[in-house]
Design a protein around this ligand. Structure first.
Ligand code: MN
Ligand code: MN
Length: 535
């Protein structure tokens, strides 16, 4: 057969047809010739006395299959002994109360909440459990499954650039498959470093987190815009409009939010790549320039790279176009850092949406500050998913998602959150510093439905017949949105073990009860047996 094949293969025009057939036949021949026990799944054929060489020393004996006569002699326990762990303060309380406890000072955290759960002998990484007590030991109100809505940016691959020029990391649907409406990019530029001239299909909204940056753009009408923004300020670039960024003397970090869940910052159109992807003859013709002008052109994209100090005076870099310079409602920046926050008893809130920043047509945001113990009230957004970013502090969020699911999730600075439209949520400060949270919607204005306001503005009889709450509950509600509600400091303090001694005492007793339940059972059984003894 080989001779036949070689004969045919001398005919060059048959080569393409015959070579695959030859390979196929020789492969089949070889596999038919193999001993049965040497299939890739050797373990499957080695049964009974067929102890071929593939079994040892990598695989165990067939005598280990099924029922083994040895008695169970486990070297490890499936339980963590009660002396080897302690509960966080409040962890032993009734799971339905769902106290926000902490594992901060707990050496060996356990997934126990009131009467729920059991010890975890491992394998595990304590750091995750300490960061996520409400995931590890959820309150009794959690139920079913909620769209995954937490992405720590610390888990995002970081793109670090040469010359210490900067870095970028992102969150998109690769990380949170349900986060389809928005994606985020966290970017750092060293002093005077650039984010290269670029453009993209998604609309871009950004909040400056640290430092200052000079932003620059030109639109379809030859209208230009250049501005310096600082921490707390916002910019917006519509899809397709080219722009660049340069950090000022102290560098800059900013959070970019895009209105496409699958946006990737590695996929933008770049000026360097555009030059590299056109023949130099075309560049020469297009720009009416000699070929030699392109001799020094970068041979790879720059993305983020070090630059020369920009002129201190902004006006030196304003280049008026035939369309003029964008200003007023056409401005691409909003100096949110200078907007006064709306104060509430539990914190404060700044809203920026197209009503005050018209160019960002569908980007509506709230920058919320929540004091320790306080919380952003239970609410939902009617038409938009919510993309969130935690700038500071520690918090937890419970999401109720129709019809019967609920999940409580812990967040800390650097985490991204995502909640589907119409799903209720709150943000409770569980730490001892302020929580600062960016709440982003795709909407023409920032709106929510406040559950407290809704109940207050519904006829009393309906609420009482439905929820069986007393009149005093309804009397206490406000007809106005609360946004950030004053916290019950005792419960948070309880979790931190600082104050709230009375509640602490009650919980301590409760925990003691939980911990010594087995001993108590033994005691009562002993009493009962003693009682039954003839005397
Ligand atoms: Mn951009
Ligand atoms: Mn919200």
């Amino acid at each position: 057969m080989i001779h036949l094949c070689i004969l045919i293969m001398t005919r060059t025009f048959m080569l393409r047809l015959c070579l695959p057939i030859f390979i196929l036949f020789s492969t089949l021949q070889r596999s038919y010739a193999l001993p049965h026990s040497s299939t890739p799944y050797g373990w499957a054929s080695a049964v009974g006395d067929d102890e071929s060489s593939v079994r040892t020393p990598l695989r165990g004996a067939s005598s280990l299959l099924g029922v083994v006569e040895n008695e169970v002699n486990s070297k490890s326990s499936g339980e963590v002994s009660q002396s080897a762990f302690e509960l966080g303060l409040g962890q032993g309380a009734n799971a339905d109360i769902g106290i926000p406890f902490t594992f901060k000072d707990v050496e060996n955290p356990q997934p126990i909440r009131g009467d729920l759960g059991s010890t975890d002998p491992g394998p595990r990484t304590y750091a995750y459990d300490r960061l996520n007590p409400n995931t590890f030991a959820p309150p009794g109100s959690d139920s079913g499954e909620v769209t995954q809505g937490k992405w720590p940016l610390g888990l995002s691959h970081n793109r670090i650039l040469p010359g210490h020029a900067g870095w970028s990391r992102q969150e998109n649907t690769d990380d949170l498959p349900g986060a389809t409406a928005m994606a985020g990019v966290d970017m750092k530029l060293a002093p005077w470093a650039y984010r290269e001239l670029h453009w993209h299909q998604a609309n871009e909204w950004s909040l400056v987190l640290n430092g200052s940056v000079r932003v620059q753009t030109m639109n379809e009408d030859g209208e230009t815009f250049t501005d310096d923004v600082t921490a707390g300020d916002v910019w917006y670039f519509p899809s397709g409009v080219p722009h660049s960024l340069q950090a000022l003397d102290e560098g800059a970090e900013f959070m970019l939010v895009f209105d496409q869940g699958d946006f990737s910052d590695g996929g933008t159109s770049l000026i360097t790549e555009m030059f590299l992807r056109n023949p130099k003859e075309v560049l020469s013709k297009n720009f009416q320039a000699p070929l030699s002008d392109f001799d020094e052109m970068p041979q790879d994209q720059l993305y983020i790279f070090n630059g020369t100090p920009a002129p201190k005076n902004l006006s030196e870099q304003i280049v008026p176009g035939p369309g003029g310079v964008a200003s007023g409602n056409s401005s691409y920046t909003y100096h949110l850092s200078k907007q006064e926050a709306y104060e509430t008893p539990g914190g404060s809130i700044k809203i920026i949406d197209p009503i005050s920043f018209p160019i960002a047509k569908m980007f509506s945001a709230a920058l919320v500050t929540i004091k320790p113990g306080a919380m952003r009230e239970i609410h939902w957004h009617g038409t938009s998913d919510e993309w969130g970013f935690f700038l500071a502090g520690n918090a937890r969020v419970s999401v109720y998602q129709a019809p019967t699911s609920g999940a409580t999730i812990d967040f800390s600075a650097g985490d991204i959150s995502y909640v589907k439209a119409t799903a209720t949520h709150y943000i409770e400060n569980t730490g001892d510093e302020d929580v600062v949270f960016l709440e982003m919607l795709q909407a023409t204005r920032f709106t929510d439905i406040s559950v407290g306001q809704w109940l207050k503005l519904t006829p009393k009889e309906i609420i009482k017949d439905t929820l069986h709450v007393p009149d005093s509950f309804l009397d206490n509600l406000s007809a106005n949105k609360q946004y950030v509600i004053q916290g019950n400091r005792n419960l948070t303090a309880l979790a931190d073990g600082i104050i709230g001694l009375v509640v602490e005492f009650v919980v301590a007793i409760d925990e003691a009860r939980v911990r010594f339940t087995d001993d108590a059972h033994f005691f009562f059984v002993f009493l009962f047996l003693f009682h039954c003894l003839p005397h």
